[in-house]
Design a protein around this ligand. Structure first.
Ligand code: BGC
Length: 750
């Protein structure tokens, strides 16, 4: 029988209600034995199960159960594949059921503002649409198993520096368009059971006390039905937080905050109705889990195979000048670099999974063919070891192809602090330079959670980005390098040439507990493309061992009204001779000039698997939001009428088709005129145009009437910026007459 939650809340004492708002300990919610309310467990997340014992400090890593470590989000997003994310979510949901975990703490959708953020490896993308779409699929997957998710960290938590005290300072448009969109898409499409608020302040107010974010936007505007929990230790003022919409404080506060809540109600500061609503939200989710509990067992072996399968589809082939795949058996191949033996497969901090089986790429490759190996450098530190380098050069000289396994040591990127620079350890650059002196065919494999500088990119023959690909990354790499599988990942972030090129460079990580997001909406490719800058590798880029062709682009119409939709269909053909997967990407460019917009923005994508010679048609649907920006004047999404380009291709810098469409807005932007309104602002307004032409423009005759054509053009251009009041200077019109004109114009708008 379904529990009557409202009835349960009615029967609770004030103290029992207050107790529900903080954890029992690090991982459990509080029970109320008198009423039979159970205690349930939550656990990290996001790319595996980190189920710890109760006593464990939450960032401790060794005492969690052995589980399967799937690729981290930096890698899985490169699949651009909704069904892959859903499948992975399903597997994780089943593992949670088997381990009695009610909520998995993920996905983490914070935008990669700077390559230096220590947690970028856990985050999905620099693009909010991509992050939101893939997070929604992951959430649907986990929750299909009657286990909840906790989308995190809400919001604008894009660095580790001063993360528990600092304030992210940004304007409303930037907040909405870049930093909230992934959460918004996920809430609207997938209803995560819980949302985790972040540590930081947003424009001076802690996320955990931010009524605008928690109550107004998340719950009222987007319709979030679950409960909000705090990040671990993110609560400052518990009473203010509860009032603002933070239901659950994690972990527990040993009762001290529960007392504060009771006192606040007793002294009339907080209404008990606030507590009732909050308890109801928590209990709805507790019982959703408890009443739908399934008996699952999970097999580490089976799930490990899935981790390998997913890892294969996330690896990005960044460059390949005819050296890959390796011809195992007929070529003399050397692997160099410690990561060949022990791949770096996950990042540090709260997402660290206790994986029991991580295959070595070297050992797996040795099953296919003979491989020469040299360590070359230690994976733990930046130290140029002459002996190791000398050995590596010797091995490189004698091989026909060399694969260097480079990457970031664990200490270089982790939760809790940011990276200091965007470089690999210098010893690795030096080693690669030495190898290039003796070897013509060099492949570099990268193990990193965020972009690194690749000064050797033009001189090596191939680069494979393996990211932090989970415990199956070694096996996956062997399949890709040997050509048993075809790479299909696409970059979910831009690789700038150097850190200084990144738009946040001058304002990251801020000082004095404030970080100003001065670059505004121009994050990642939105900036590089608008500035037509060279990048090392662009957003959306990724190669394959086969070739694809896009053709037959069909738009459902040449124009679209705001309330309508537009579908874009394109045929994709595998024109090579190996099965493969391509990702079609759709970007929109605003040509209306109504607002400052990026050169293009991702608004659709589809991953499609094709056998050699096979074709499939991919269809993507655009709606108002695909064209819109957040207009602060109306506090809403808005797209102006006019021409937009639809760009379809296979990376942000490889666009095969550009088609124009007319968009017709149905939103009226409120206009009110006064003497300071510029003539240009009213000249083309459909309701005012005629009046302006007949009654206003002639008042500027002294300025615009001339026989000199050039002069006339110049003056007409100037007229646009002239406030109505300034007409006094060019004709003998009186103030009273001008005020009358303004009155008439305002009447026309009614
Ligand atoms: C992290 C969260 C994590 C929580 C619980 C915090 O330090 O920011 O992402 O879910 O700890 O481990």
């Amino acid at each position: 029988m379904k529990t009557n939650i409202k009835e349960l809340v009615r029967n609770m004492t004030l103290e029992e209600k207050a107790g529900m708002f903080s954890g029992l300990d690090f991982w459990y919610t509080k029970p109320v034995e008198r009423l039979g309310i159970p205690s349930v467990m939550v656990s990290d997340g996001p790319h595996g199960l980190r189920k710890q014992s109760n006593e464990a400090y939450h960032l401790g890593v060794n005492d969690s159960i052995q589980a399967v470590c799937f690729p981290a989000a930096c890698a899985t997003t490169c699949s651009f594949d909704r069904s892959l994310m859903k499948d992975m979510g399903e597997v994780l949901g089943k593992e949670c059921q088997a381990e009695s975990v009610s909520v998995l703490l993920g996905p983490a959708v914070n935008i990669k503002r700077s390559p230096l953020c220590g947690r970028n490896f856990e985050y999905l993308s620099e693009d909010p649409y991509l992050a939101g779409e893939l997070a929604s699929s992951y959430i649907k997957g986990v929750q299909s198993q009657n286990v909840g998710t906790s989308i995190k960290h809400f919001a604008a938590n894009n660095q580790e520096h001063e993360r528990m005290t600092g304030s992210s300072e940004l304007d409303e448009r930037t907040l909405r368009e870049i930093y909230l969109t992934a959460f918004e898409i996920s809430v609207k499409k997938a209803q995560p059971w819980t949302v985790m608020c972040s540590y930081n302040k947003i424009n001076g107010i802690f996320a955990s006390e931010n009524k605008k974010l928690l109550n107004d936007i998340l719950k009222e505007e987007w319709g979030f039905e679950g409960y909000v929990m705090s990040d671990w230790g993110a609560v400052s003022d518990r009473v203010a937080g509860l009032d603002a919409g933070l239901e659950l404080e994690m972990p527990g506060s040993h009762g001290t905050n529960d007392q504060r809540i009771v006192q606040a109600v007793e002294s009339g500061i907080l209404e008990e109705a606030v507590l009732d609503r909050a308890v109801e939200r928590i209990l709805n989710i507790v019982y959703l889990y408890v009443e739908n509990k399934k008996d699952e067992i999970f097999s580490r072996e089976e799930d490990h195979k899935k981790a390998v399968e997913i890892a294969k589809q996330c690896i990005v082939l960044l460059k390949n000048d005819d050296v890959l795949p390796l011809k195992a058996g007929s070529e003399k191949i050397a692997f160099i670099g410690g990561f060949a033996k022990s791949p770096r497969y996950q990042g540090g901090g709260s997402s660290h999974i206790h994986a029991s089986h991580v295959a070595s790429t070297l050992e797996m490759m040795e099953e296919y063919t003979e491989i020469e190996y040299a360590e070359g450098f230690s994976t733990k530190e930046d130290f140029y070891d002459e002996k190791l380098v000398a050995e590596a050069i010797k091995v490189a000289e004698q091989a026909e192809k060399v694969v260097v396994f480079a990457g970031l040591p664990d200490l270089f990127e982790s939760e809790g602090y940011d990276r200091k620079h965007m470089r690999l350890p210098e010893c690795q650059y030096q080693l690669i330079e030495e190898i290039l002196k003796v070897q013509k065919k060099v492949v570099v494999v990268l193990h990193n959670g965020s972009p690194v500088e690749l000064p050797f990119a033009d001189r090596v023959n191939a680069i494979v980005e393996a990211y932090l690909g989970g415990e199956g990354v070694g096996e996956a790499l062997v399949e890709i390098l040997s050509g048993k599988s075809n790479p299909c990942g696409k970059l979910a972030e831009s690789f700038p040439i150097r850190l200084e090129d990144n738009p946040s460079f001058l304002n990251f990580p801020g000082t004095g507990k404030k970080v100003y997001y001065q670059e505004g909406i121009f994050v990642g490719y939105r900036y590089y493309d608008s500035k037509k800058m060279k990048v090392r590798f662009p957003f959306g880029h990724g190669l394959s061992y086969t070739t694809f062709k896009l053709s037959d682009l069909v738009l459902s119409g040449r124009s679209m009204r705001e309330s309508g939709t537009l579908t874009v269909a394109v045929k994709v053909t595998n024109t090579g001779n190996m099965a493969g997967k391509e990702v079609v990407q759709l970007y929109v460019k605003d040509n209306t000039g109504a607002a400052i917009r990026p050169e293009k923005e991702l608004r659709g994508f589809e991953a499609v698997s094709l056998q050699p010679g096979e074709s499939k048609t991919v269809t993507m649907t655009l709606e108002k939001r695909s064209f819109a920006w957040f207009n602060e004047n109306i506090n809403d999404w808005y797209a102006a009428s006019g021409t937009y380009d639809i760009l379809v291709g296979t990376s942000s810098r490889k666009i095969d088709f550009t088609e124009s469409v007319e968009y017709v807005s149905e939103t009226e932007i409120p206009v009110h005129l006064d003497l300071n309104t510029m003539i240009g602002d009213v000249m083309n307004h459909p309701l005012l145009r005629d009046y302006v032409k007949e009654a206003i423009v002639p008042l500027a005759a002294g300025l615009t009437e001339t026989d000199d054509e050039n002069w006339a053009v110049m003056m007409e251009a100037m007229l646009r910026y002239l406030p109505i009041r300034a007409l006094r200077s060019f004709s003998d019109v009186t103030n009273d007459e001008l005020e009358k004109h303004v009155e008439e114009l305002n009447k026309l708008l009614i």
